[in-house]
Write a protein that binds this ligand. Structure first.
Ligand SMILES: Nc1ncnc2c1ncn2[C@@H]1O[C@H](COP(=O)(O)OP(=O)(O)O)[C@@H](O)[C@H]1O
Ligand SMILES: [Mg+2]
Length: 237
């Protein structure tokens, strides 16, 4: 995993070959999109397969969704964690519930300390934080741009590939809440929902596009994204 060539697969059929085999190891990547666009599922899919198929160590930090709910959703997509022993899921929401006076805790700083601890104990090669917005909601940021900059720097110091889930409105807007996340990150995977008319029914379809990937030649197309028990797939003409 140390060579400059090594890449982390998204394990979305049809996508990895369009981005030079995957995401360069060591990158910080945003996974952005509106609610229900499969952000959490995609982040989990990447960590799951990197762990199961390639033997990498992964840490999934859930800030908004309970561990049970996340694992239930993953298992409905055929990703069962019983199959892996190096994918750790940490429920920060639960930790918050168990903390006295949680409103007095600076959760971004707490998370940074926790990550240093996990790095020493377990040395994860992949990390997902789900979501940045939930983390922001817990933290009262006095100078958000500065604090987010420092947070991204602290992620780089951990020497791992990080996936940061970021909530976006359906109709576009910034890739991150404070507008700085998109240039602090090395890559952006954008998930979109689009309404289409099918006869008299309005249906919502999912699309995936690579909005940014440093050091990687990629198209700027958005591909239809399908998911079922057999995994994630893009439809490419
Ligand atoms: N077994 C399944 N197969 C396909 N899609 C599913 C399945 N289970 C849930 N979903 C879809 O996944 C969506 C939730 O995905 P999630 O990754 O939590 O989205 P986000 O994190 O972007 O809000 C649900 O709205 C549902 O449409
Ligand atoms: Mg989610």
């Amino acid at each position: 995993m140390n060579g400059t060539e090594s890449r982390i697969g998204t394990h979305v059929r049809g996508l990895d070959e369009r981005i030079g085999g995957g995401i360069p190891a060591g990158f910080t990547v945003l996974i952005c999109g509106p609610s229900g666009s499969l952000k959490s599922s995609l982040a989990f899919n990447i960590l799951y397969h990197s762990t199961k198929d390639q033997g990498l160590r992964s840490l999934y930090l859930s800030v908004e969704q309970s561990k049970e709910s996340l694992l239930g959703q993953a298992s409905s997509l055929g990703l069962s964690v019983e199959d892996t022993d190096t994918l750790n899921v940490v429920d920060l929401a639960k930790l918050r519930r168990e903390t006295e006076k949680p409103e007095e805790v600076n959760w971004i700083a707490t998370l940074q300390d926790l990550l240093v601890k996990y790095n020493e104990e377990f040395d994860p090669q992949l990390l997902a934080i789900d979501s940045l917005d939930a983390l922001y909601a817990l933290s009262s940021l006095k100078n958000p741009r500065n604090e987010i900059f420092t947070f991204f720097e602290s992620l780089r110091d951990l020497n791992l590939t990080a996936f940061l889930v970021s909530e976006m409105p359906r109709e576009g807007g910034f890739f991150g809440k404070h507008g700085v996340e998109e240039f602090l990150s090395d890559g952006i995977i954008h998930l979109r929902l689009k309404e289409v008319e099918v006869g008299r029914t309005t249906s919502v379809r999912r699309f995936i596009g690579i909005a940014k990937m440093r050091g990687t030649k990629h198209e700027l197309d958005y591909y239809p994204l399908l998911v079922d028990k057999s995994g994630f797939e893009v439809l490419v003409e």
